[in-house]
Design a protein around this ligand. Structure first.
Ligand code: ZN
Length: 58
């Protein structure tokens, strides 16, 4: 199931999920390409998106 990434709480632009794939781990975070704000790197893509969407609701 794909979670939907909400728009940036600061500037309202679309945001994307970054994936960091290293030799022993994969991390995900949500990043705004406009203002550069982001979540911390998370183990799960869903966790990063949920964290981002919670920030949006603040
Ligand atoms: Zn932004």
């Amino acid at each position: 199931m794909e979670y939907e990434v909400e728009n940036c709480p600061h500037c309202g632009h679309n945001c994307i999920v970054h994936k960091k794939d290293t030799y022993d781990m994969i991390r995900y975070r949500v990043v705004c390409r406009s203002c550069g704000c982001s979540t911390p790197w998370m183990n799960e893509k869903e966790t990063a998106i949920k964290l981002w969407n919670r920030r949006t609701n603040l």
